[in-house]
Design a protein around this ligand. Sequence first.
Ligand SMILES: Nc1nc2c(ncn2[C@@H]2O[C@H](COP(=O)(O)OP(=O)(O)O)[C@@H](O)[C@H]2O)c(=O)[nH]1
Ligand SMILES: [Mg+2]
Ligand SMILES: [Zn+2]
Length: 300
Amino acid sequence: MRGTVHGSLGGVYRVRLDSGEVLESSLRGRLKREARSGDRVVIGDRVEVVTGQDGSSTIEEVRARRSEIVRRGSGGHRPRVVAANVDLLVVVASVTRPEPRQSLLDRLLVVGEANHLDLALVFNKSDLVQKGSTCQELVQLYRRIGYPVVEASAVSGDGLEALKDLLCSGTSALVGLSGVGKSSLLNAIQPGLCLKVGELSHKVGRGRHTTVSSRLIPLECGGLVADTPGFSDVGVWGVEQRDLEKCFPDFHPFREECRFRGCTHLHEPNCGVQAALARNEIEEGRFESYRTLVQEAVDS
Ligand SMILES: Nc1nc2c(ncn2[C@@H]2O[C@H](COP(=O)(O)OP(=O)(O)O)[C@@H](O)[C@H]2O)c(=O)[nH]1
Ligand SMILES: [Mg+2]
Ligand SMILES: [Zn+2]
């Protein structure tokens, strides 16, 4: 029987079969050994499940993944796949509390680009600022690049229809700093979901992690949404330095004008990207993000 992994906790996997039935399954021995060596079965994985006569069920096989979201190991931890077969990555920020940081947004967008995912951005908590605040610059920037951008509020209901349009088909994942309102937005588009919402620490206006295990949430409107803890430090591990520039769609029109093939756009003469930067046709912060990520790729 075929199904999708919707959740995992302590070696038990919740599998929703294509028939709609939900099973609690364990891993077959071989898969268990692979799981220990780091290639885990994760939410979103398409699996083959076999049920025994005693009613137990076992995941026998994992299908090849269409996409994966990889979280970089920090402090010597190895990189981990946190979700498989996600179609759309929704990068969530809040207009304030916490303030949006472009470097983090760009990093998350690169994760999506590198994994060939569709991308969108949400700026939540629009109820807390007046229109035309600093955040508008980021909204305009990302729209110019071509990403869908939704200005939303889980409190006022602003933008929730647009968010539904994004989430109500396929499999998506919300990523962004803790406290920006990811759980609140999901609760708002599906009343009754009752995801736990974190309190903001007064000192830094940041949230505490309230989500401990990863799971896929089926929305009544049809989509599946991945709820995963600890996405704030998702890294761009696995992206080769020379592939990074491909993850910046705003650079694309200018790469043709580079004199050298394989131009890194950092120090070569007659570089189309540098020229566009000088003409303000590439935004400075975007180029800074690119430079930082290249440096990280070189150092690692
Ligand atoms: N004013 C306002 N507060 C919000 C909004 N969305 C979430 N919050 C608050 O922000 C905090 C963190 O929300 P939560 O959904 O737990 O964020 P998550 O960590 O990204 O899932 C909570 O105190 C929410 O009540 C919003 O649109 N407007
Ligand atoms: Mg949350
Ligand atoms: Zn160049």
